[in-house]
Design a protein around this ligand. Structure first.
Ligand SMILES: Cc1ncc(COP(=O)(O)O)c(C=O)c1O
Length: 162
């Protein structure tokens, strides 16, 4: 696959340098922290390889959030970005189509682009308060659409859908 780095990655504080940024108003990452800064200590933490699908007890707790789910329906990932990667690579191939509301989180654009599927962009407008127009999303669908990608709350504006 052919991955391209997005501008947002190159400008990320962890690469640009936290010490070079005076006012960080909207970025979601944080500078290095110590557990002791948060009043925590883990003196005897066991580090282990773990289960491939995630700890069974954790998966059971997640499954208990909704009716009809079992722990085997739950897959634990190291962050949402990993889950989004799995979703794109599991659902999309060169024969498929993606409708993606843009701006969007980088993974939801660059992973499908690397896969080589057809992509329709539904661009949000400042003048519309970055609201998602469902009719425009529907108009962008094709018989081979496998995935519609919308972030809610929206990244990066924070707008939500009813
Ligand atoms: C819409 C959206 N999806 C996924 C992620 C990635 O989440 P994680 O840091 O849990 O991998 C972010 C991070 O900002 C995000 O804004």
């Amino acid at each position: 696959m052919n991955y391209a780095r997005m501008v947002i990655e190159k400008e990320a504080p962890e690469e640009y340098g936290y010490d070079r940024i005076r006012f960080n108003l909207s970025e979601s990452s944080i500078a290095d922290q110590k557990l002791s800064d948060m009043g925590l200590s883990l003196p005897d933490l066991t580090l282990f390889y773990g289960e491939h699908r995630g700890d069974r007890e954790l998966r059971a707790l997640v499954a208990a959030q909704d009716d009809g789910l079992s722990p085997d329906d739950v897959l634990v990932t190291a962050g949402a970005a990993g889950a989004l990667f799995i979703i794109s690579t599991a659902l999309l191939s060169e024969r498929d189509h993606l409708a993606v509301v843009r701006p969007n989180y980088a993974t939801n654009i660059e992973t499908p682009r690397a896969i080589g599927c057809a992509i329709s962009y539904i661009d949000l407008d400042f003048d519309d308060g970055f609201a998602v127009d469902v009719e425009r999303v529907a108009a962008g669908l094709r018989p081979n659409t496998k995935l519609i990608s919308v972030t809610c709350p929206h990244n990066p504006t924070g707008t939500t859908m009813g």
